[in-house]
Design a binder for this molecule. Structure first.
Ligand code: GDP
Ligand code: IMO
Ligand code: MG
Length: 420
């Protein structure tokens, strides 16, 4: 068997959580492979709303293993808080969750370093979620990090103290006040609590399950345009958010990657700083924000909004070899008279279909305009019910991107999903 993949193709928040929850009944294992508690994946079912940060979005379905892979960075406090919420809903998390021994830990001082670094950047700040993601991945690649498997070592506390001292040295270079003790206490309590969960050599688990014929779905976090290599650097996150991240983040060989499902919103959003060519800093943008409830699931920050950008979407599809597309939130545009889509960029008077290297290049999007469908679509369950104007929009995107749209999501609930 092969591992199928769900990826966000924009700047995150495309609806990955919802879609993974919908697809889970067809899989035996759901695995996160990168990112950490910077992610906020929303699920809605049975009139309940849940936001997951570290736990895979398959956790609410029976008989499915949910794996936090080696590529993920874990804050034990946030993970334990999530587990408590899910357990309070009657789910036995201990039997459904496995954590890779190779996943790295986010320490309290990583969070402080993140905040100090952002504060020092002032206007040029990344707009990080301040969860300590960047500093934790820096220690991983700098070969200093602490991993989940280390929790069981008698030397764990010594290693923690050594790395904490190093962080305190780094913090002395910032003019930044901080207090670590309260969070540190919660952190060690949560580390103790985590010991009741199953720590695994996840690369073996994944490959053995594939050999046995199990179906695995890898759940991406963030989006392709926040990728450490291909995003709008430095306004990116610190992990590989594209399909390649599945190989390193789970130990899956490239030949064992199956279907790559790419999710995009019918428009675009971005939270945090960095270029956003089709951004609508006007009433239309505000309308999208209000109707689409575009406020961060992790930080509550208002998300920036804009039209769909096909230059960026084609780029994301190219980087990950996306085989099927999933479009979410078209229902947010139900009341719009017209809808625009960027088909190219004009940079210094020249038209291009490529994302420029320079992030401060003045980009003027070249738009194609579509007639709106002007009717509510959230109650529809079949493709045949969808308005002609929406299907026109769908077919145009498929033609421009060269990949079929196989799922159209028309609302936040599990049930509001049209599989074509
Ligand atoms: P993720 O990070 O990719 O999982 O996405 P988020 O959960 O951060 O943000 C997506 C938001 O849109 C959540 O509030 C979802 O409940 C909601 N959502 C997902 N799909 C749809 C949809 O098709 N229509 C509407 N109106 N909301 C949706
Ligand atoms: P999900 O999985 C949207 C953004 C932050 C910031 C940049 C770096 O819910 O789609 P970081 O905390 O990683 O140092 O922040 O990346 N960002 C996200 N934006 N959705 C996310 O995750 C994000 N995770 C990080 O806003 O601009
Ligand atoms: Mg999100």
């Amino acid at each position: 068997m092969k591992t199928d993949v769900v990826l966000g193709l924009q700047w995150g928040d495309e609806g990955k959580g919802k879609i993974v929850d919908v697809l889970t009944p067809s899989y035996d294992v759901i695995a996160r492979f990168q990112g950490g508690p910077n992610a906020g994946h929303s699920l809605r079912f049975d009139n309940k709303d849940i936001v997951l940060h570290t736990i895979p979005s398959g956790i609410f379905r029976n008989n499915v293993t949910n794996l936090i892979g080696n590529g993920v960075v874990i804050d034990p406090v946030i993970l334990m808080e999530e587990i408590k919420v899910i357990e309070a809903m009657g789910v036995d998390v201990t039997t459904r969750l496995c954590i890779s021994k190779r996943a790295h830990l986010i320490m309290p001082t990583h969070r402080i370093l993140d905040a100090a670094s952002e504060a020092a950047k002032g206007k040029t700040k990344i707009g990080s979620t301040l969860k300590g993601i960047g500093p934790a991945y820096m220690d991983k690649t700098g070969r200093n990090g602490l991993r989940i498997g280390d929790i069981l070592s008698p030397h764990f506390k010594d290693r923690y103290d050594t790395l904490k001292e190093k962080h305190i040295g780094l913090l002395s270079q910032f003019d930044y006040d901080y207090q670590v003790e309260d969070y540190e206490k919660q952190w060690f309590d949560s580390i103790e609590a985590l010991k009741q969960f199953t720590f695994v050599e996840s690369e073996y688990l994944v490959n053995e399950r594939l050999s046995k014929g199990n179906r695995i779905l890898a759940e991406g976090a963030q989006g392709s345009l926040l990728d450490i290599d291909f995003g709008s650097y430095p306004y990116v996150t610190s992990s590989s958010t594209i399909c390649a991240g599945v190989c390193t983040g789970l130990g899956v060989a490239p030949g064992k990657v199956g279907d790559v499902l790419g999710i995009f919103k019918a428009y675009c959003t971005r939270v945090g700083s960095g270029p956003f060519p089709t951004e609508l800093d006007n009433d239309t943008g505000e309308n999208i924000r209000q109707i689409g409830h575009e406020f961060g699931a992790t930080t509550g920050r208002p998300r920036r909004t804009g039209w769909l950008d096909l230059v960026a979407l084609r780029y994301a599809v190219m980087l990950s070899g996306v085989s099927r597309l999933i479009m979410t939130k078209a229902d947010v545009l139900d009341t719009f008279d017209t809808i625009k889509v960027a088909v190219a960029y004009r940079i210094n008077g020249k038209e291009t279909h490529q994302l420029p290297f320079e992030i401060d290049e003045p980009i003027e999007p070249v738009y194609k305009e579509f007639k709106g469908w002007k009717k509510p679509i959230s109650g529809f369950h079949a493709e045949e019910e969808l308005p002609y104007e929406l299907m026109n929009y769908v077919r145009f995107i498929e033609k421009e991107v060269g990949v079929p749209i196989s799922i159209i999501s028309v609302g936040p609930d599990r049930e509001q999903t049209i599989i074509r």
